[in-house]
Design a protein around this ligand. Sequence first.
Ligand SMILES: C[S@@+](CC[C@H](N)C(=O)[O-])C[C@H]1O[C@@H](n2cnc3c(N)ncnc32)[C@H](O)[C@@H]1O
Length: 435
Amino acid sequence: MHTEHAASDEAEVILDVDEATTAKIVGKLETIRGLIDAGDTNAAMTLCDEVLTSPNLPVNAGVKLGLLIQEIGQTDIADVLFETTYAKIKAVIHRLENPERALLPAAEALADLGYFDEAEILCRKAIAKAPDNLTVAVGYTAFLVYRERQADALKVAEDYLDQAQSAFEGAIHFAMIFNHLAVPDAARHCLKKAEKACKTKTQKAKLEFFLASDGMAKTELDQHGMAVELFDQFAKDYDKQLEKLENNGPSMIFTALEDLQLPKKKSRRVLDAGCGTGLCAGFLRPYAKELHGVDLSVKMLEIAREKGGYDFLARTDLSQIVTYPEGKFDMIVCADVLDYFGALNTVLANLNQILTPGGWLLVTVEHESDTSIPRGYKLYPSGRHKHSDDYMVKTLAGAGFPKPKLLKHARLRNEFGLPILGTLIAVQKPALMFG
Ligand SMILES: C[S@@+](CC[C@H](N)C(=O)[O-])C[C@H]1O[C@@H](n2cnc3c(N)ncnc32)[C@H](O)[C@@H]1O
């Protein structure tokens, strides 16, 4: 845990805690948000009390908690929290040094408290100390957008990009941030910078992916190039990062298997399609005589191999049937993979082709709730697609599957602190085929 200490003995200001604790606190704040939205203020307040008494509550999370408590109507408690937090920050403000772990969280807390000028001084100090720190640059940018100073925000991003080690990666990152902050002009500007800095084939694939996202349509996606680049880079930190995002994809498949009450007999050939680092292997094992994992990213496969959860691992492109392992499978799972594809006709037809009659297919996708989108799926600045329920049911039918036995929604993971809603679909290929 990192703390910056106040001048006086007792006033220790917690500005930053370890990632796992932060993730837990953020998760609880989200749950409180959900409870307030659902009108369950009693349960929301009980959880607020729990967070309030956590030993390592950083000041920025404390202020966010105060805002939720205020919304519940407990303004006295919120006011005390705001006052004490402000006093604590003021007591140490001139001593704060660490750009990312002290100045930035303190600035965030001050901005949430409405002390914008003081917050900006801290942001400026942070960026002056660490002009090459992406988190600091993004934090300051977000602050300026919030203050509706889009031009200043773009300037901060540009200054960062001018000295960044990888101007390409930085520009793509800022394009995503600006899209997320609903500043499309700045996002386009950053994508132009990325275009200029684009050198390698894989960078081109990544760029095209983003150019095709959300109104920036230009080219056909290179799904293959994008997935290889993204996951090869990501492989080493994948499990840690996904834990931070409170990844729920594998759990959604696990819960569906429990709900379906499929007998746990080790008689099936099971395929984990897009197995990644092997997060599903453990709970698939009791269903499998042979457990196969396939993926496009060699680096992800290497991690899965190190963990030793599968009987067979192979490099496969799910959109290319010739690259699949030999033979048929009795169960196929596809956790958090199909969001990397737009149209799913080919992949689902391929999966149907290798599934035995009576076999099960379980997939997750990101849920698209806008039923008016023309194709039934849409690419988002995250680089992933969301698919509507209607699209999934129709495309499964087109690929030869009957109506799903299960179709449920649940939180798939978090992104930028917000939950991403997922859809779990379980479908059984008919056991008897006539004609
Ligand atoms: C978000 S990860 C999910 C991994 C794993 N199923 C899990 O739940 O942890 C998505 C995986 O899909 C793989 N992938 C993306 N496109 C693919 C394709 N065309 N063929 C095979 N795998 C692909 C990626 O390499 C990556 O490992």
